[in-house]
Design a protein around this ligand. Structure first.
Ligand SMILES: Nc1ncnc2c1ncn2[C@@H]1O[C@H](COP(=O)(O)OP(=O)(O)OP(=O)(O)O)[C@@H](O)[C@H]1O
Length: 593
């Protein structure tokens, strides 16, 4: 308190200069008060002469200051632990009562949800046997390895029935309690991801890709199951600290400091990852060169474009030579040229490490991945190489037939096109999906695969006769596979939720049908001719936001006699009295047909 006044005396001849420094002004004020009141530091334990019965002496005030310093400091540390961080994680309100906290053994013991909400316990997600044979085979392999306690040295990441649920929370509002249901974002994923491979995780928005990556990188705690990265468990705090040393992460949203340059970011992360100081400069320069940021290396990242920030995030993920790299939509916002450059970097980075990539670009997945898994609604729906997925889940093959224009009056291009179409119709029972002046496009379903060899050899032999200039045959695209899987998952979930949507029969009658149902029986259509009544096949599509809508429906056909009547008969009516159609299990129809 007296040091500033001392300074003031020292600079008293430079009064103007002294007034520039607030502590000196404050010191002078205290000095004046002290002189006026007669209070001095040496008599701090006594009341001032003018207030002989004072409650607080200067000494008491001093010790109160010391005590409140510790009080506010401890409160700040407590609130820092119990108020949810940016990932919604916090320690329990009574964390300081646990001995493990004081022994430094509590590691990642965290809870989720806001401080003023009570996290309920959520029932685990239903244990469902995967429909897909490849997903089931992978699950069986991992389960066997776990049961036999066998580790495969080629496996970098082993995901063991990973579950992530966000429990329903009870929030206390101003006058009522509101309760949200639990949400299972990841519902039991089993996977072995080998070293030297890039595994691409695809899925529509909200499928659970980022949540899976967050669980594997320790950003969010897992609810059930486990995952091992080179034998270290994400559930243990010791395992997690080993994992953090082994991994590089490019998160979905850039976590960069605007004030630091690209070069400073790489130096910082290289030091955190323990790279020897002598190697940091060279490693950072090489990565900056690779991601084409060498010229902007010394500029503050706050001035970078979105694409440059993504490239810097990719470089941050790769610095320090991590054994496992997680890239969550790394090429979002990049122009096609830069994206190709980043693909080269990722391709190069595969050597000696495992990479997990999520993307919404099917081209990126096709080019970079060694294996692809498609997730939807928290479950892995299919698994395999791009070619396997296309042949199993694609619509089949795409044949493009280009033809020359007819050059004689008898041989016009129309007559040529008609003959090609007839050939396809007669041999494969197919009509073109697309037709223009130069070529015809046919979609050939997988079940016709056996006929294709003979069909295309004959077409090639007769190419001159048909005026065909070129034939291209390819597999359907990964995009089609993705859309099929996403639609299937949406249909399953809609059917499980039991929502009803309006539907108009050809006669104009409105009925309600279960959302997502493929075959729907129409109540009240039973007759002597059709004792089970009639049904329609509904063709569902997804709009741009993924919502299901009815694109078309088949004519009304009799329900086969083996189809079980809906429980309970007669079908219930909707609230407004509209009849409700009943879903027919497609298996009953295929057995019959
Ligand atoms: N803290 C949370 N509380 C409740 N639900 C959450 C929380 N975080 C994520 N979710 C939900 O979990 C689901 C999966 O989200 P996730 O981010 O993993 O999806 P994604 O497949 O990565 O989607 P995108 O392609 O849009 O990134 C979403 O429905 C999301 O709303």
């Amino acid at each position: 308190m007296f040091l500033p006044s001392l300074l003031y005396i020292k600079v008293t001849q430079y009064t103007v200069l002294g007034t520039l420094f607030p502590p000196i002004l404050f010191g002078k004020a205290v000095e004046l008060l002290r002189e006026a009141s007669g209070v001095s530091w040496s008599q701090r334990g006594e009341c001032p002469p003018m207030y002989p019965d004072c409650i607080m002496t200067l000494e008491k005030i001093f010790w109160c200051y010391v005590a409140t310093f510790f009080f506010w400091f401890i409160l700040a540390v407590y609130l820092d632990n119990v108020v949810p961080n940016s990932n919604g994680l916090r320690k329990s309100v009574f964390y300081f009562l646990k001995p493990s906290y004081w022994k430094g053994e509590d590691g990642d013991e965290v809870e989720e949800g806001s401080l003023f909400s009570r996290a309920g316990t959520s029932p685990p997600p239903e244990d469902v046997v995967p429909d897909d044979e490849d997903v089931l085979a992978e699950e069986t392999t991992v389960k066997c390895q776990v049961a036999e306690n066998r580790t495969d040295p080629t496996v970098a990441i082993q995901v063991r029935g990973l579950v992530k649920s966000y429990p329903g929370t009870t929030s206390i509002g101003c006058c009522k309690l509101s309760k949200s249901p639990p949400y299972h974002a990841v519902k039991g994923v089993w996977l072995n991801l080998p070293n030297n491979q890039l595994f691409c995780l695809l899925g529509p928005n909200g499928a659970g890709k980022t949540t899976t990556i967050s669980c594997l990188t320790g950003t969010t705690p897992v609810t059930g199951g486990d995952a091992l990265i080179y034998g270290c468990s994400v559930r243990s705090s010791v395992g997690m600290s080993n994992i953090r040393r082994m991994i590089g992460v490019c998160p979905q949203f850039d976590i960069l400091w605007d004030a630091l340059s690209g070069e400073e970011h790489l130096h910082l992360f290289a030091s955190i990852k323990g790279l020897p100081p002598s190697m940091i400069g060279a490693a950072a320069d090489k990565l900056l060169e690779d991601v084409q940021l060498a010229t902007a290396a010394k500029c503050r990242s706050g001035s970078y474009s979105g694409g440059m920030k993504r490239r810097l995030s990719v470089a941050v993920a790769l610095i320090g030579d991590p054994k496992v790299v997680f890239l969550d939509e790394p090429t979002t916002g990049m122009d096609p040229l830069t994206r190709r450059n980043v693909w080269d970097i990722i391709e190069e980075a595969k050597k000696g490490r495992a990479i997990v990539l999520t993307t919404h670009s099917m081209e990126e997945a096709d080019i970079l991945s060694d294996r692809i898994g498609i997730m939807a609604k928290g479950r892995l729906r299919c698994l395999g190489t791009s070619i396997r997925l296309k042949s199993r889940f694609g619509a089949g093959y795409v044949a493009n037939v280009s033809y020359n224009n007819g050059d004689t009056e008898e041989e016009t291009s129309e007559s040529r096109v008609e003959r090609i179409k007839q050939f396809f119709r007669y041999r494969l029972n197919l009509d073109p999906k697309e037709e223009n002046e130069k070529f015809l496009t046919f979609l050939i379903p997988n079940e016709k695969e056996g006929l294709l060899m003979d069909f295309f050899s004959e077409l090639e032999e007769r190419a001159e006769e048909f005026g065909i200039s070129d034939i291209q045959l390819g597999l359907s695209t990964l995009e089609e596979v993705f859309l099929n899987i996403a639609k299937q998952a949406e249909l399953e979930s809609a059917a499980a939720e039991g929502d009803l949507v309006p539907f108009f029969l050809n006669s104009g009658t409105a009925i309600q049908i279960p959302k997502g149902a493929r075959f729907v029986g129409i109540p009240g259509t039973e007759s002597s001719e059709n004792p089970r009544g009639v049904m329609v096949e509904i063709y569902w599509e997804q709009d741009e936001s993924g919502l299901l809508y009815i694109s078309d429906h088949s004519p009304e056909t009799p329900i086969p006699p083996n189809v079980q009547p809906p429980p309970p008969p007669p079908p219930p009516a909707a609230n407004d009295g509209t009849l409700v159609g009943f879903a027919i299990d497609p298996n009953q129809l295929t057995n019959d047909r």
